[in-house]
Ligand binder design. Structure first.
Ligand code: ATP
Length: 542
């Protein structure tokens, strides 16, 4: 399996990802996409938007769908009316449990602290850690030795008891050595911490002007449901898509971009008749899984996990996660790429009537101590009237909610490979190659003159300019051609086009395929059509 640090260093070295504000020491949980990364992530977003929205065939019934449907989009603001988050439940409920360390003054997410029991000198303690999986054992061993006042050569005196497990499984925190503590029992009992970033709108700055950065893009869609209905001619069933930044003040951001504090979501709210919602749920679940497969995440690293009935909120008849076995996770663990949830009429009703109590069945408004609604809704009518049947109802919602950064990271992990390729003299050389799907590759083709003389650069530049009108391409004439190939392999460029001695005689160039290393010749004038064919092999869209 690929080691994560190889990918992390490639991402830095070749300009896929940098730590945000790196020259000032970086800011934990924030990442910048570099020159190659920005193109890759844009391609992920564009593939999603094209496959789900602009390229969607609304005239045919897609396989597995009960009928044909329309798709449309929105682009909402990051800061919305604070009442949105009160009615959606995020203001009261969107929190994680955290523990504080009285000694180190650090704060951790309760379920993300792990550790191991160990016994020495007649004492048994739980050594906690937040190190990455690969470094966990080193970290707990080093700290256990220190705690028991033992030297490295006495490591045999440490009797480890059981495997690593998470802190919530430890009933008594007084036996815990915190991740950065030197004494036992410095962690507080878990407390709740709201994940929304708070800000202030306008110059006054008081509580009245407090607002939040959105923790998800979905609510912008719900509050615009009526606007979309009234301004376009969509009829149920239909979906509204949105791509945009979301913010969560994650307590322990980690695992590269997997858990960031600022990230991008790609969300669909699909509105349908309650009687058809289970079928639509299954349709979206399967369709979204197929999307990842189509773009190259396949095999046992990708899986669909249906939530068990006990995990579901009772208004939902189904939720599934699309998960990927990221290399930074312990073997057998998967990380969520996307959640597909059947949300019933919970969200539209909350914005009509006010915050609903998710524990009630049927759903009821949450009341305060005086019996008044805890948070009032908009009072606007968000029901739908079917103009053919005359039926009026609150639509049910299926929500496929994906993360653009997590998808980008999964595509990078899956694409990273090492193999051997012959150099100019035919000798095998180790190479690093990103086998990205051509739709996702930041650069579609690189154009090289074999040498910087004999008119080769001029021809290569002509080829480059003619391709540039259609694709993202790269021109390179510096250094040995073998090195130029290897740089493109590392960037995931699927095709390299080389102008050589034979070009001068017959106006043909070689095209080299990144994965198979096959080379063939095409006429200079056919480069655009050849590349068009190669990049659009007519694969069925999902
Ligand atoms: P997790 O349990 O991993 O925190 P979640 O279940 O809270 O995720 P959702 O609220 O369902 O996530 O958000 C939908 C999608 O948004 C996720 O599947 C993921 O791709 C993305 N996402 C959520 N939180 C983050 C984050 N902190 N960093 C990057 N992407 C995120």
């Amino acid at each position: 399996m690929m080691e994560m640090d190889k990918l992390v260093s490639l991402c830095r070295r070749r300009g896929f990802l940098f730590q945000s504000s790196e020259i000032y020491g970086g800011l934990n949980g924030f990442w910048d996409y570099g020159p190659l990364g920005v193109e890759l992530k844009r391609n992920v977003r564009e593939a999603w938007w094209r496959d789900m929205v602009t390229g969607h065939n609304d005239l045919a019934t897609l396989p597995g769908a009960p009928e044909s449907f329309e798709m449309t989009g929105l682009d909402c603001t990051i800061i919305m009316h604070p009442q949105v988050w009160k009615c959606s439940g995020h203001y009261d409920l969107f929190h994680d449990q955290m523990v504080d360390c009285r000694e180190s003054k650090r704060r951790y997410r309760y379920d993300q602290v792990r550790g191991r029991w160990v016994e020495a000198k007649g004492d048994r303690i739980f050594v906690a850690t937040v190190a990455e999986t690969a470094d966990e054992q080193d970290d707990v061993q080093r700290r256990a030795l220190k705690y028991f006042n033992l030297r490295a050569k006495d490591a045999g005196e440490l009797a480890w008891d059981g495997d690593f497990h998470a802190l919530p499984q430890v009933p008594d925190l007084s036996r815990v050595l915190g991740p950065e503590a030197t004494q036992l029992g410095t962690l507080t009992e878990p407390r709740e911490f709201n994940l929304m970033f708070k800000t202030f709108v306008g110059a006054l700055g008081g509580e009245e002007s407090a607002a939040f950065l959105r923790p998800e893009t979905a609510q912008g869609i719900f509050v615009n449901f009526k606007n979309v209905l009234d301004s376009s001619r969509v009829r149920i069933p239909f979906g509204i898509a949105q791509i945009g930044k979301s913010f969560r003040n994650e307590i322990t951001p980690r695992n590269f971009t997997f858990r960031s504090r600022e990230f991008e979501q790609m969300e669909i709210e699909f509105f349908c008749h309650p009687g058809q919602s289970n079928q639509w749920y299954q349709f979206w679940r399967d369709r979204r899984l197929a999307w990842y497969t189509h773009l190259g995440l396949a095999g046992e690293r990708l899986r669909l996990r249906e939530h068990a009935p006990a995990e579901l909120s009772h208004y939902s008849t189904g939720t599934a996660d699309i998960e990927y076995a990221f290399p930074f996770l312990p073997p057998g663990d998967y990380g969520e790429l996307e959640g597909i949830a059947h949300r019933g009429d919970f969200d539209l009703r909350s914005h009509m009537e006010g915050k609903l109590d998710p524990r009630t069945c049927p759903l009821e408004l949450e009341k305060d101590a005086d019996g008044k609604p805890r948070w009032r809704g908009s009072g606007k009518d968000l029901t739908y009237r079917d103009d053919q049947s005359g039926e009026r109802y609150i639509p049910h919602v299926i929500e496929p909610s994906a993360g653009a950064d997590r998808a980008t990271l999964a595509f990078l992990c899956e694409a990273y490979s090492e193999d051997e390729a012959p150099d100019e003299h035919g000798a095998p050389q180790k190479r690093v190659v990103l086998k990205l799907h051509p739709r996702l590759a930041p650069i579609k083709a690189a154009v090289f003159p074999l040498v910087k003389k004999d008119g080769m650069p001029e021809i290569a530049q002509d080829v480059y300019l003619s391709l540039k009108a259609h694709f993202s391409v790269f021109y390179d004439e510096k250094g040995a051609v073998g090195r130029r190939y290897r740089r493109q392999d590392e960037a995931g460029t699927p095709f390299c086009i080389t102008v050589d001695g034979q070009t001068l005689a017959d106006r043909t160039v070689t095209i080299r395929d990144r994965d198979s290393l096959r080379q063939w010749r095409v006429r200079v004038d056919d480069c655009v059509s050849e590349l068009t064919k190669l990049l659009n092999p007519g694969a069925a869209r999902v």
